[in-house]
Design a binder for this molecule. Structure first.
Ligand code: R5P
Length: 293
């Protein structure tokens, strides 16, 4: 075999799942934190002349995990790896993809620059917050969509009169595509952000007496999902299920979902979850990664 698969410390269970599909052991490495907080990585295998893949998801502690990835790639490069592909199931910082007010950075572009500078020559990532982020990278990007898999899973829980709901204008294109694939109707939520955790919503379309599937790329505080579900309920929805790719679930997000009219939540494992409440189903992306290697 001329390829070798390594993992940072952000999502070992997913890395192990990919390795068992590849029937190849996970690359040995040592990751330490020095007392002053610096990260130290040592590659414990011979990688000379190999195509190397490194999995690291940038969630929960994105700054440390990003630094760990950059240092690991540098170590692999210095150890003689032929090529290095980063597999970043959740690419953190993607919501900072434009200069929407004076004095702010375009952090997503900076991340792209840092990954290139470290020596990564290809990126595999999932459901980017906006398609145009691909253009920030001066390297081939495999932008994998897992919304189709999530929606098919969700459809099994739902009956007739299915309406797919886009929770904001930015997600209309992808939700419209899913609606065509599932032969379902479409409704769109208009969202005005009042603060980091507060939004005001309106609904375009009809969900009365319908089963509703809300699709989003990301659930962070769950403010968006919970409010969208409440609005759909007010507008007469009979049953509400949500499907999200990246489950960050920060703070009391899970409690917000429990208190909302959402009956079931389908989420991929781009981000490791500490617990699985009874209403949550996880869909693994391991095979989608393995088939791209
Ligand atoms: C917004 O553009 C995204 O697609 C998500 O709807 C949003 O980031 C979710 O954030 P939260 O869960 O904090 O409402």
């Amino acid at each position: 075999m001329t390829l070798k698969f390594f993992s940072g410390s952000s999502h070992l269970s997913l890395a192990q799942e990919v390795c068992s599909l590849l029937k190849s052991p996970l690359g040995q490495r040592e990751i330490k934190r020095f007392p002053d907080g610096e990260t130290h990585v040592k590659i414990l295998e011979d990688v000379r002349g190999l195509d190397v893949f490194v999995l690291q998801t940038l969630a929960h502690d994105p700054n440390s995990y990003l630094m760990e990835l950059l240092i690991m790639v540098d170590a692999l490069k210095r150890a003689g790896a032929k090529s290095m592909t980063a597999i970043i199931p959740y690419l953190g910082y993607c919501r900072q993809d434009r200069k929407d007010q004076p004095g702010v950075a375009i952090a997503a572009k900076l991340i792209a620059n840092l990954l290139s500078a470290s020596g990564i020559s290809r990126l595999i990532t999932f459901d980017l917050h906006a398609d145009q982020i691909e253009g920030f990278f001066e390297m081939p990007v495999d932008h994998v969509r897992c919304q189709t898999v999530l929606c098919q899973k969700a459809k099994k829980l739902m009956g007739e009169k299915l309406i797919l709901v886009a929770p904001d204008m930015g997600s209309v294109k992808i939700v419209e595509k899913m609606a065509q694939e599932l032969n379902a109707g479409l409704a769109v939520i208009t969202k005005e952000r009042l603060s980091a955790c507060k939004v005001r919503m309106g609904l375009i379309g009809c969900v009365d007496q319908c089963e509703v599937l809300i699709i989003d790329d990301l659930c962070s505080t769950a403010g968006t999902l919970a409010e969208a579900a409440r609005l759909c309920k007010q507008m007469g929805a009979k049953k509400i299920v949500a499907a999200v790719t990246h489950g960050l679930f920060v703070g009391d997000a899970i409690q917000k979902i429990v208190a909302s009219p959402i009956e079931h939540l389908i989420v991929s494992n781009t981000i490791e979850q500490k617990s699985f409440p009874h209403f949550m189903t996880s869909v693994s992306i391991a095979s989608l990664i393995a088939e791209r290697m």
